[in-house]
Structure formats: C-alpha cells, structure tokens
Design a protein. Structure first.
Length: 559
C-alpha cells in the first residue's frame, strides 16, 4: 500500500490512524504545508517522505521502533530537540535526511549506526559537540553531511557555538512571548466581540426605525477556474515535481561525483590502449584505468544522439549520478566530448565507475574449486543485495529507474563477495525511451513494461542461481520442457545445482523456487513486485540461517 500526494494545509488530526495501517509501506507527504507535530507511523513502513512541510515539535521516539524502515526524509521542516539515537541504528535504514530543521543538542559520541546506513544528512541545524565515531567518513564509506551546525569539526563549514546558543535562547523567548501574545490576543478578541454585538444592535434599530433610502447591494460572486493556465501540461508539472523529489535524495556513496576531462581519461587508460579494454556491449566499450591518485576505475564510452541538448544531457547525467546505494556500482564522474566538427551529430559520453575487483556473479557460478564455490547461503546474500538495489531503483527515486538490463554478468562481487549491480539506469541516456515514445507508448505504459522486464530478468537470474549457467543458457527450451520438474523433489535432484542441494534446506529452496516461478510467469500481470521478491528472499535466508544453526548444534552434540 502506498500513500502519495497533496493534502489540505494545516494539521493532520487523523493521521495517527496511519500507525494502525499495517499494509502501508510508502508514505509521501512531501511538499505540502503541514504544520502539526509529526504523526506516528506504522511499524511496517519502508519509506517515508515528510520533507518540505512545516512540521514542528520533536522527532517521535516511536520512529526508533520502525524495524522495516529503509528511507526517511524529514528535511526542511521546523523540528526541534535532539534526534533519537536509536533512529540511526535501525536494522534496515539506508537513508536518513534530517537537514534544514532546528535540531539542537549533541549526538552521543558512541552512537551506533546501522550496517545498511549509506547516507546521513544532519546539515543546517543547531547541533553541537563532536560527530559520532560511526559518522567518521574517513573510516567508513558512509556519506555524512554535517555542515552549518555548531559542531567541533571542520570549523570552516560550521557556525560559531554562540550562534546555536543564541538561537536556542531566541526560541525560548519566542515561546514565552507567544504565551503573552496569546493572553493579549484573547483580551483583544473579547473587546472585538463586544463591539460586533453593539454594531449589530445598532443596525437592527436602524433597519427598524430609519427610512430605507438605500437599496440593498447584491454581491456578485467571481467565478474562479479550477485549472490555472500555466503553459505546461499537468503531466509535465507532475513529472517535474517527481524529478525534483529525486534530486533531494543526494549522494549515498563516496567519493563525490565529479567532472573529468578527456585528457585525464586518456592518461588513465594509456590513450584507451587495447590492453585496457575489458569488453564491448550494447552500451559501448568498457575500459579499465587508473586515475592520477592511484584509484582503479572502469570507464564506459557511450555514443549519445544529439537529440539531447548539452543542458538536457547534463541534467540526465546529474540525475544518474544521484543514485547511491551500497549494492550499486558507484558512478564516480563523467566526461562529455562533443566529438569535434567531424562528428557533429553525436556526443561521446564517458562514465567513470568504481572498479569492483572480484569478477561477475556469472563467473562465480561456474567455479568448481572449494574455496571459490558459492554455497546456497552465499548465493542468497548476492540475490538479496541485487534485489535491494533494484527495489531502490524502482521506488527509492521518483520517477523510478526501470529496464536495468538485469543479468548475472552485470552483477559484480567485491573482495568480500558483496554484490554490486552495474549498467543500471542507462536507459535515461539511451535511445530506448525515445523509441518507445515514437511508437506511441506513453511514459507510464513504457515504465510498466520495463518494470515487468526487470522482474522477469531477475527471475532468470534466480533460475541461473538454482541450476547453473550452462543449463539456464538453454532458456526457451528449458522453460518449455524442464520447469515442471521444479514441482517435486525428484525433479529438484535432477536439475538443481548439486552444490545447492548439498548446502540448502528444503524449505529455503522451495521458497526461492516459488518466487522464481512467479517472476518468469508468461502472464506479466501475475508477476510479483520487487518488494515481494525481496521479502521472500530475506525469508528464505532466515530459514536457511536457522537450519544451519540447527545443523551446527546437532554436529556439536554428536561429539
């Protein structure tokens, strides 16, 4: 269940009922004029956009109990007090934006940050003291924005401590002054009521005893059109709002996206020498390079039609750069080359990504050596990471990024076997969107088609994880002839990868097979959402973890 849109300005007298709505997962009340205290929220909420309002009071302690919460934006309100420490350590929280409020006090130096937390923005508040150790960006890949507080760090970008002290004193004076003003307003209001009653009595006497020399005046009601003429379609205005919302997400990885020169890239790749070429695909050539500071990177070279103006292309790249998630290969920067006069009809765009050293998921699925083979729990961890990334691409930004060309070769593993999705979001600068619009498909129908494509493609990745790359390569024949074998245990033993059979529990395996069947269903209407896919994978991992624990206990008891 999702709640998005405008609401009447003022207070949310009935919204605390939302805390009882267990099926509400996404709540978007951003860009309204709400001036109440923050409402309590349902425990199953995954995303909350409450930014750009006038919410007052403190952040409710109840928010520290939202175990499913991944993304919360409370920026640009009038919130006060000190943020609850437990909010930073929620088990699934990845994005926490508290910027541009009136938060004060000090955060505990030993405050704990959740393992999934990728971005924290506490900038433009009135916080004092030291930054908690878990927000030390030099030691962690977590992005932390803390400028323009009164913190004892990076003083060049902080207010003096007197600023926050005076601001707090001003608030107290304003509150006490507000009480005095309230008393004064009550007195003035009483006098006004008495005067109105006297005037009304005088008017009654006049109408009764004075001649009616003056005709009654008739008020003419001016009609007001509901739809103002702005020169833009409502759909365009809506899209603009959604894109603006996406830009508020900020960066969720390090380092900061930057603009590279073509000379820097040539130096990094020895003038794009053939020895640095990693491969070539539908999105152009991919090179491996080393920047001047020693950082290893991959550089993708794309040719983009000049139907995009330079400004439009830059906006698209900036939006792509804002996609930051622990399970996405980080886009470090870009370079736009107009190609010179000899290539006037196309732009060359270079995208610079972090280098992920440990190969692709597809390659790891073909490994036979015991130290490199991926057991069932390892594969589940990879699949969950990718599902989280795609779920973020679909729902974490508005409008969502669809058609992400999901395949096992685009899933990279780092030195800790943590999955990172590459080649995501490329459709925003490719010709695919425009081609579909030329065919008469509207943006919504195109997005739904691409959403279904992502679910189906992920289903094929699940299939490859279960049976191995060599079997799943026969996709059409396999789907026609072998899928029925997944319905019984004898079929499992015949077609499922022996490594999985040896390292999985029957229940965990059955959960994944079930969600895989739904993902690759011929009827796109019956395919699950990525939220459902992610939930089932996490449940399968939990079941497997319990089974592994029981197995270890049993082995210990034997000795």
């Amino acid at each position: 269940m999702k709640f998005v849109g405008k609401v009447p300005c003022g207070k949310l007298r009935g919204l605390h009922m939302a805390s009882q709505c267990r099926s509400l997962h996404v709540l978007d009340l951003s860009d309204n004029k709400l001036d109440s205290e923050l409402p309590s929220l349902p425990k199953g909420l995954v995303m909350a956009f409450l930014n750009n309002n006038s919410f007052t009071g403190e952040i409710p302690r109840q928010y520290s109990q939202l175990g499913q919460l991944q993304h919360i934006d409370l920026s640009f309100n009038s919130l006060r007090g000190t943020p609850p420490a437990a909010l930073f350590s929620l088990p699934n929280i990845s994005y926490l934006n508290l910027a541009s409020n009136m938060l004060s006090g000090s955060l505990p130096i030993h405050l704990s940050c959740g393992s999934e937390l990728g971005l924290v923005d506490i900038s433009n508040n009135r916080l004092r003291g030291w930054l908690p150790s878990c927000m030390n960006t030099e030691l962690d890949k977590r992005v932390v924005k803390y400028g323009w507080n009164c913190l004892s760090i990076d003083l060049r970008h902080q207010h003096p401590e007197s600023y926050c002290v005076e601001a707090a004193a001003h608030v107290k004076r304003k509150e006490s002054g507000g009480k005095s003003l309230g008393i004064l307003a009550a007195v003035i209001g009483g006098i006004f009521v008495v005067m109105v009653l006297l005037a009304f009595g005088f008017l009654v006497l006049c109408r009764r005893y004075c001649p009616r020399g003056i005709s009654e005046q008739h008020l003419l009601h001016k009609s007001v059109q509901d739809d103002s003429v702005t020169g833009f379609s409502s759909e365009l205005l809506t899209s603009a709002r959604y894109i603006a919302q996406a830009t508020k997400l900020g960066t969720q990885g390090v380092p900061v996206h930057q603009l590279f020169s073509l000379e820097e890239l040539k130096e990094a790749t020895n003038n794009f020498d053939i020895s640095t070429l990693l491969g070539e695909g539908s999105y152009g050539k991919l090179y491996k390079g080393r920047l001047e500071n020693g950082t290893q990177v991959t550089i993708r070279c794309l040719t983009v039609s000049k139907r995009y103006t330079f400004r439009n292309l830059k906006l698209r790249l900036d939006l792509l750069a804002k996609l930051r998630h622990p399970h996405l290969v980080c886009l470090l920067g870009h370079c736009i080359d107009d190609g010179g006069r000899d290539d006037w009809n196309a732009n060359k765009v270079y995208l610079i990504f972090e280098y992920v050293p440990n190969g692709t998921y597809h390659t790891h699925l073909t490994e036979n050596s015991p130290e490199k083979v991926l057991k069932w729990s390892d594969r589940l961890a990879v699949l969950i990471g990718v599902a989280k990334a795609v779920h973020f691409l679909h729902t974490g930004v508005i409008p969502g990024f669809f058609n992400n060309r999901l395949k096992a070769n685009n899933i990279l593993l780092n030195e800790h076997r943590m999955a990172k999705l590459s080649d995501y979001g490329m459709s925003i600068i490719s010709e695919e969107t425009n081609k579909n619009e030329e065919k008469g498909e509207g943006p919504k129908s195109w997005q739904m088609k691409c959403l279904e494509d992502d679910v189906y493609s992920f289903g094929l990745i699940l299939l490859e994880s279960l049976v191995g790359p060599s079997v799943s390569a026969r996709r059409e024949a396999f789907l026609l002839n072998e899928m029925v074998s997944f319905g019984n245990q004898d079929g499992h033993r015949r077609i499922v990868d022996p490594i999985i059979l040896a390292t999985s529990s029957q229940e965990s395996l059955s959960i994944v097979i079930s969600i895989m069947n739904k993902c690759i269903s011929p009827d796109s209407l019956t395919r699950p959402s990525f939220e459902d896919v992610l939930w089932n994978l996490q449940y399968a991992a939990q079941v497997q973890s319990t089974a592994d624990g029981d197995q270890r206990s049993e082995n210990v008891s034997r000795f």
